[in-house]
Design a protein around this ligand. Structure first.
Ligand code: GRF
Length: 183
């Protein structure tokens, strides 16, 4: 059985959707006050949080993450709103075993503001992408993506909500396709 960990920096709605459907060995947050940690507690999922600034450098921070992944014997790391670039230390240890969800149709609108950037560009459709993580920003091999329309009467909030709804469908589909067993 494949063991998964979820990494999230803030809200954690994707984590919640995943944890309701799949056993999650633990959640990691790089912010000690992230709302995802409250979600984890309510769902009974083990949680770990520490911050980059607590370490001498990013390599030491990622060494601590790798130690956690090894301690739990994790097969697949699921980034879901983890707002840090994966550095060489974590990548070297887990490349090919880290996936990320991005709220746009890559390679369109990479980076931290995929929804806002698509909205401001006035697109008629955007999307959601799940991809393998490599050393670039949202450049890894695409696993699956879906198109999401922007409707004529959309506000940025309704557009964003539609994108999130598609995220909540796509992540479980991809996990299942990668052989992660449901609860
Ligand atoms: C999602 O839109 C995800 O695609 C992006 O960050 C957001 C995280 O939302 N990478 P949440 O923390 O899962 O609610």
């Amino acid at each position: 059985m494949k063991k998964i960990a979820v990494f999230a920096s803030g809200n954690g709605s994707n984590f919640q959707v995943i944890a309701e459907q799949f056993p999650v060995a633990f959640v990691f947050s790089d912010h000690r006050d992230a709302y995802v940690l409250e979600r984890a507690e309510k769902l009974g999922v083990p949680a770990h949080a520490f911050e980059l600034k607590e370490f001498d450098n990013k390599a030491a921070y990622e060494d601590a993450i790798v130690a956690l992944l090894e301690q739990y014997d994790i097969d697949l790391v699921c980034l879901a709103g983890y707002m840090k670039i994966v550095g060489p230390t974590l990548l070297k240890a887990y490349e090919g075993r880290i996936i990320n969800i991005h709220p746009a149709y890559l390679p369109e609108f990479p980076g931290a503001h995929g929804i806002e950037d698509a909205w401001e560009a006035g697109v008629s459709q955007s999307g959601v992408t799940i991809h393998w993580v490599d050393s670039g920003v949202d450049t890894g091999q695409i696993i699956k993506q879906v198109r999401v329309p922007r409707l004529a009467d959309d506000t940025i909030d309704s557009f964003e909500a539609r994108i999130h709804d598609h995220e909540y469908q796509l992540y479980p589909e991809v996990l299942e396709s990668l052989g992660v067993e449901r609860k």
